[in-house]
Design a binder for this molecule. Structure first.
Ligand SMILES: [Zn+2]
Length: 151
C-alpha cells in the first residue's frame, strides 16, 4: 500500500491526479471516466447520476453548451473542406449540394454529440471541476458571482 501511494501522482492542489487523456477517451466512448466499467448515459444526452460499476457520483457534471459547440466545430472542420473540394471539382447543382451536405452534417452531429458530451464530462471529472472536487462546496457560486472586494 505504501508503495502504491508513492507512485500515485499528486496534482498542484494536493489531490490524486486523474489521468485526463484516459478520462477523455473513456468519456468519448460513453463510459464512466473513473472506471470505464459502466455506461455514462441513461438516455441519449442524459448522464447517469452514479456509475453502476464503481458508484462514482457523476451528477456534478455541468457540460451546458460545451458539447454542442465542440460538435459544431468538429463537424464544420470536417464537412466544409470536403464540401469545398467537391464544389471545386464537380458541377453539382445547389439542390444536389443541399441533398448531400445537410443530411451528412445532421448525421455527423447526432453521431458525435453524445461522445463529445461524454468526453466533456470526463474532462470535468479529471480536472475536479464543479462538484467533482469532494472537498469543494458543490453549491458554492462561481467566482464571477462573488463580490469584488476592490470596489
Ligand atoms: Zn465507474
Amino acid at each position: 500500500m505504501l508503495e502504491w501511494r508513492s507512485q500515485t501522482a499528486i496534482d498542484a492542489a494536493g489531490r490524486i491526479a486523474r489521468p485526463v487523456g484516459r478520462a477523455l477517451w473513456l468519456g468519448f466512448r460513453c463510459r464512466c471516466p473513473r472506471c470505464g466499467g459502466s455506461g455514462l448515459f441513461r438516455a441519449y444526452l442524459k448522464p447517469v447520476a452514479n456509475c453502476r460499476h464503481c458508484d462514482e457520483d457523476l451528477s456534478h457534471q455541468r457540460t451546458d453548451d460545451a458539447p454542442p459547440y465542440f460538435t459544431m466545430v468538429i463537424v464544420g472542420h470536417i464537412i466544409v473542406p470536403i464540401m469545398l473540394a467537391v464544389t471545386m471539382r464537380t458541377e453539382l447543382s445547389n439542390l444536389a449540394h443541399l441533398a448531400i451536405w445537410l443530411p451528412l452534417a445532421f448525421a455527423m452531429t447526432l453521431a458525435l454529440l453524445q461522445p463529445v458530451k461524454g468526453a466533456t464530462i470526463g474532462l470535468q471529472w479529471a480536472l475536479y471541476m464543479h462538484g467533482f472536487d469532494g472537498s469543494a462546496d458543490p453549491d458554492a457560486a462561481p467566482e464571477y458571482f462573488l463580490p469584488n472586494e476592490r470596489l
